[in-house]
Ligand binder design. Structure first.
Ligand code: CA
Length: 241
């Protein structure tokens, strides 16, 4: 295969939804320089349409947009079935805002102003997580817990005959819990393994993801599992008899 073609295939597509043109220009410049393909959207509605139509590998989403809020954009993108990582860009840094963002389906947030290195490091960390595991584990790549099948290779989850739609973060959390079924994983362990870093992150930012994962699992009658929060410790996925 020619090298140019390989490079094109490996190039990751970032959708940047940001109304401030100065920030858009700078971020686009940084990301293109780092080898990303960048699609720009300058408002919320066009951002939603672009997310659905262009299938980006990752989305950078500004919190404050002129037509609808970044939160509503995030919620709508998820509702339309887009599962790629979503990183919120926010000028605010309070924990409340962050938790609200995570509750509507964002995977992470970056507080403005950020530097180029931090931005690209975060993007790469999320893209690595969403890429799946090496082909060597193909045969062992299926985890089954209480009627839930977690296919690490194809990143698909089935409960009985039904496929469950999970975000990247929900999938990674479930895979980790399923691989450790019956054991408690602390929030620190989950953050470290799933997010890949611990800096300035509130441990409880795991909680909204867990709540949504639990709702998705428990709403299916064929799932014979309990996804429990263990007070003072963390989370545990237990198969039920
Ligand atoms: Ca803005």
């Amino acid at each position: 295969m020619p090298e140019a073609q390989t490079a094109t295939q490996a190039r990751k597509r970032v959708l940047l939804i940001e109304d401030e043109s100065a920030i858009r220009i700078v971020v686009t410049e940084i990301l293109r320089h780092e080898g990303f393909e960048v699609i720009e959207a300058s408002a919320g509605q066009v951002g939603i349409r672009t997310a659905v139509a262009r299938e980006p590998d990752i989305i950078l989403l500004d919190w404050v947009l002129p037509d609808i809020s970044g939160l509503d954009v995030c919620r709508e993108i998820r509702r339309q079935g887009v599962l790629c990582p979503i990183l919120m860009l926010t000028g605010r840094s309070s924990k409340v805002d962050m938790v609200v963002g995570l509750e509507v389906g964002a995977d992470d947030y970056i507080t403005k102003p950020f530097d180029a290195r931090e931005l690209t490091a975060r993007l790469r960390a999320h893209l690595r997580r969403s890429e799946g595991t090496p082909t060597a584990s193909r045969r062992e790549g299926l985890l089954v817990v209480g009627g839930i099948q977690v296919d690490i290779e194809s990143r698909r989850v089935r409960i009985g005959e039904e496929e469950v739609q999970l975000t990247m973060t929900e999938f990674n959390l479930l895979a980790l819990l399923a691989a450790n079924a019956g054991r408690v994983l602390t929030r620190a362990q989950l953050l470290e393994k799933v997010w890949g870093y611990l800096a300035d992150v509130d441990y409880h930012s795991v909680d909204p993801h867990m709540q949504r994962l639990r709702r998705k699992l428990h709403s299916n009658e064929s799932a014979r599992v309990a996804l429990e929060a263990v007070p003072g410790l963390g989370y545990r996925l237990t198969p039920l008899a």
